[in-house]
Each structure stands twice: as structure tokens, then as C-alpha cells.
Design a protein around this ligand. Structure first.
Ligand code: SF4
Length: 409
């Protein structure tokens, strides 16, 4: 299911959400992300699903509900979908509704991304930092995205975009809420020239446990420093649209997988389908869990950690053995033919593995794919590094060369 809703949105009213990408494929791994840590950190645009299938799904949902807007957002970064431009144009032609895109804005320095987004009416890009250091701490971007590139992309896009740009700033205590950081952000905002700024605080369970909301006075200071800022309400109004779901179980599981669902909203879904007891059953069957965050109970899918049994045998096809999964570090042994590589992956993997959000196949693919430039690869016993992997996997050579260059800097 690619389209869902209408979802009560803090900024957009009743919005039909469209997710044209798989869950948690993103160019950032924000510390406050409500969807957990990024499963696949990438910047390469691609077709993840058939654009016709996505559009058929949008038609179904729009026709069965009344919505104010169609919003491309999804469970990661929507601009990674190479069909985004086509989907936006087609949605506007077919339904005459405004189209919004919620994006982290990191890929706007690419001409094709800019071209695709020109068709939208409202763009809601993220701006959480005023310099490279804070950018890395809060958004944890893909290694190829610098703060400067991201800001230049936004400034450049503004020049030719006739729609509205509503910047979104997520304030995280101790990271970007000091006066100094806020003045830096304000300087960037002057250059970007958005139509509005939404100052937000993490109101749903974040990817990292240590993320905290700033004190209300810091939010007020932020609003003062950031000229033309607009404060948003602290939570959604209304209920989720569930017309396209067959029953309460499907609605609760689908919605909670992409959007943390408050307990009372889940109860309203039970009532909507007259299926009282669904929540209790889903809890009993370990399909959902209840998370408490800031005095509110949220429903999230219960994802059990996958067990990584060792299958590593030198001489066989590529096999991956999880050696150690410690705080923010995952160490793997990868055997390929007679060779053995030790791979230490960066922190974005830790939670995904620990919470079973990453299958072994995905892990293997990522080891040699998009994550290669975030991985430190050691071989035993000599010090052969990424270069050797590149020889064996020419399809990833560009990534590897980038990683080697970054290593030297
Ligand atoms: S908050 Fe958005 S940009 Fe950040 S990791 Fe989550 S999906 Fe990606």
C-alpha cells in the first residue's frame, strides 16, 4: 500500500499520504526520526516500485475520502524515488488537489530533483542546523552530502520555485537550541528565503533514546530569533482515514508501521470497525507493542530481533557472520571464497540489527552497496582495504573510490 489516509497533519490539514519508497530508505538518519534509524542510507535515486501501481493506489485512496492535499512523504526520503516528478504532475492533473512534498531537502542540489519538485505546490524541507558540525550530529547525513551542498540546493531551488516553501526546524535539547546555533540557522534562513518556518519539537518516540525536547522558553527564544517563524500545534487533530483498510487489524498495523499511532487513535480505529478487542489480541500475538513517550502511549509494530546464526565457512559463497553488536558498532566477518574481511559498520546499523529491522540479505547487500563509504573494512591479516573489495565488486567501485578518497582526507 503506497497511499494512505487522510492523515490529520499538523501543517497541512487532511492529507492523503503517499510513500513512493520502501521503509526507512533515506539520505539522513536523524536522531529524532520517528521511524527509527535509517535502514538504507543512500543518495542514488531509483525506481523502487512501479509508478503505475503507486498511482493506482493514490486514485483508490483519494476517491474513497475527502482530503485537502496530497502529500508525498513516506517512510524515508521521497526525492529518492526517480518517478516523483511524474507522480506529482499526474496527481495534480487527475485530482486538482494541491500537492505537497515533505523532504529533508538534502538532494536539492541535483538538477533532476529540482525539476521534479517544481511541479509541487508546497515544499516542506528540513533545516535543523546552521553549520556542518550540528548538521552531522542531528541529521547524520550520507557521507556525500555536506551542509554547504544542502544549503546551496535550497537557495538555488527557491530562485525558480513559484510554490510555497515551508521550512521545518526540529529543536533538540542540547544540540541545536542554543542562541549561537539558532543565530546560525537564522542566517541560513535569510539566504533560503522560505515563506514560513515551523519550529517543532520531538513529540513522538525518537530514533535515539537521548533525544529530548527543549524547554518551552528555548522554543520561544527560537521563535524570536528566527524571523517570520510560525509555531505549530503540538500534536495532530482529528483521526486517521481508514476507508481503504479491510479491518481494524490491517489499519492499526499499516498506520503504526509508518506513523506512530497514539493509543487513543488506535482505539478509535477499533471503534470505527466495531472490532473491540483487536488491540488486546495484537498485543497478545506480539504484533504490536506500546511505547510510552512524554506521558503518551504510542502503538508501534513489534519487531523482533533476527537471530544471526553463524554460517561462515571459508571457501563457500559470500556469507556474513555477525561477530559483535555493541554500542553503535556492528562488527561482521564476511567470507568470500578464500578471503575473510572484517567489517565494522557505522551506528545506523546498530539499532536496525538489534531490533530486527534489517534482514541478513539486506545487510549483505548494504555491506557492498550504499553503506560502503560509511564502513571501515579491515582484512586479516594484511592491511588490504576497500580497494580490494572494489576489484571484486566493480559495480560498487565508484562508492569505494569515494570512500578511499574520504579516508585519505
Ligand atoms: S526524519 Fe526524515 S529525513 Fe530524518 S531520517 Fe527520518 S525520514 Fe529521513
Amino acid at each position: 500500500m503506497y497511499a494512505y489516509g487522510p492523515v490529520p497533519s499538523r501543517r497541512l490539514g487532511n492529507s492523503i499520504g503517499v510513500s513512493p519508497i520502501p521503509a526507512k530508505v533515506c539520505s539522513y538518519s536523524c536522531v529524532y526520526c520517528q521511524l527509527g534509524r535509517t535502514r538504507q542510507l543512500q543518495t542514488k535515486r531509483q525506481r523502487f516500485f512501479s509508478e503505475e501501481d503507486i498511482f493506482r493506489d493514490i486514485i483508490k485512496v483519494v476517491e474513497s475520502s475527502s482530503a485537502d492535499v496530497i502529500t508525498f512523504a513516506g517512510d524515508g526520503e521521497p526525492t529518492l524515488c526517480s518517478d516523483l516528478g511524474w507522480l506529482i504532475r499526474k496527481s495534480k492533473q487527475e485530482f486538482g488537489l494541491p500537492v505537497a512534498v515533505i523532504t529533508n531537502g538534502s538532494l536539492l542540489f541535483h538538477e533532476d530533483v529540482q525539476k521534479d519538485l517544481q511541479a509541487a505546490d508546497i515544499l516542506l524541507p528540513t533545516l535543523d542546523a546552521g553549520n556542518q558540525d550540528v548538521f552531522e550530529r542531528i541529521n547524520r547525513p550520507h557521507g556525500s552530502i555536506t551542509y554547504e551542498k544542502m544549503i546551496d540546493g535550497l537557495i538555488d531551488f527557491r530562485k525558480d520555485f513559484f510554490g510555497q516553501i515551508w521550512l521545518e526546524l526540529m529543536l533538540v535539547k542540547g544540540v541545536n537550541d542554543s542562541d549561537r546555533q539558532l543565530f546560525n540557522i537564522r542566517d541560513a534562513v535569510y539566504e533560503i528565503k522560505p515563506d514560513k518556518i515551523f519550529v517543532m519539537t520531538p513529540i513522538r518516540p525518537p530514533a535515539e533514546d537521548w533525544v529530548e525536547c527543549p524547554k518551552p522558553e528555548r522554543v520561544r527564544v527560537a521563535e524570536e530569533i528566527l524571523s517570520e517563524s510560525v509555531t505549530v500545534k503540538n500534536r495532530e487533530e482529528g483521526e486517521f482515514g481508514v476507508a481503504e483498510f479491510k479491518n481494524a487489524e490491517e489499519a492499526i498495523l499499516e498506520i503504526s508501521a509508518r506513523h506512530p499511532l497514539r493509543l487513543e487513535q488506535a482505539r478509535a480505529i477499533e471503534r470505527e470497525f466495531s472490532e473491540k478487542g483487536t488491540l488486546k489480541r495484537l498485543l497478545r500475538e506480539h504484533k504490536i507493542i506500546i511505547n510510552r513517550y512524554r506521558h503518551t502511549n504510542y502503538i508501534t509494530p513489534d519487531r523482533k530481533p533476527e537471530r544471526f546464526e553463524s554460517e561462515a565457512k571459508p571457501g563457500s559463497a559470500i556469507v556474513v557472520e555477525l561477530i559483535k553488536c555493541c554500542f553503535y558498532r556492528v562488527k561482521l566477518k564476511i567470507f568470500e571464497k578464500e578471503k575473510c574481511y572484517h567489517v565494522i559498520l557505522d551506528d545506523a546499523y546498530y539499532n536496525n540489527l538489534a531490533h530486527g529491522q534489517l534482514s541478513k540479505e539486506e545487510l549483505l547487500q548494504n555491506c557492498f552497496g550504499y553503506f560502503i563509504d560509511n564502513a571501515v573494512i579491515e582484512t586479516l591479516p594484511s592491511k588490504i582495504k576497500l580497494r580490494d573489495i572494489g576489484k571484486q565488486y566493480p559495480q560498487f567501485e565508484t562508492d569505494i573510490r569515494k570512500a578511499i578518497a574520504a579516508d585519505k582526507r
